[in-house]
Design a protein. Sequence first.
Length: 239
Amino acid sequence: MVTFYFFFFSLNPSRFVFFAAVKKFFATRYPYFPIIGLVLYVVMFAYTTTLYPGGSVNHPNMLGHSFFHNFLCDMNGKIAINGMANPANAMSMLSHIVLSFTMITFFYALPEIFDRKNTNTQLVRWFGVLTMSVFILMFTTYHDLIVILTAILGTVALIPFFIELLHYSNKPLKLWAYLCYIMSVIVFIIFVTKFGFYYLPFLQKITFVLDAVWVVWVCLIVAEKFKCKRNRVSEVVQI
């Protein structure tokens, strides 16, 4: 097998150039992946809501999807909450998987906003990736357990992030990150205690929008940082 690959590439040296170019492209452009993923998720989710027969925890017998009363995961079941067959099931699970991989790439890119690389930035990256990998299982029957696991793992990922954020100069982004985490904690507490549960679906949507803004903001900063780095390299090469 090794001999085959050596022979293949020896006859096609351009293959090395092609794969090197692909690797370079992904290494410098991956900060845009979470933005593309979010747009794709929103489009898929919006379409899925048109397929959902209806029903929510607050109003089990209602028809159709409600922005104020349905959770993001309500459409994952084969049977809708109102007891009807749910044709939105497959698309809902697919959109959830898209969101999961979107957030995996986001957490991989997140530490790049910092100029220094250390243990904290590595913890942010890999515990973030682990958190979103577990998040993929949210549409299974272990939903409530996955919520708790992702809350724990996500906090482990964000503690070193907030430590590094103390030295970060972009104050508006820092405040937005704190706001997103506070909202996530509020949503989790309501989910666990059931206090104010009636309003939780709406709060979940608000938190999602805040998080989406944070994701796009961070990714644009990282993308601009990579662009500046490429420009500096080009200037050095030209000299």
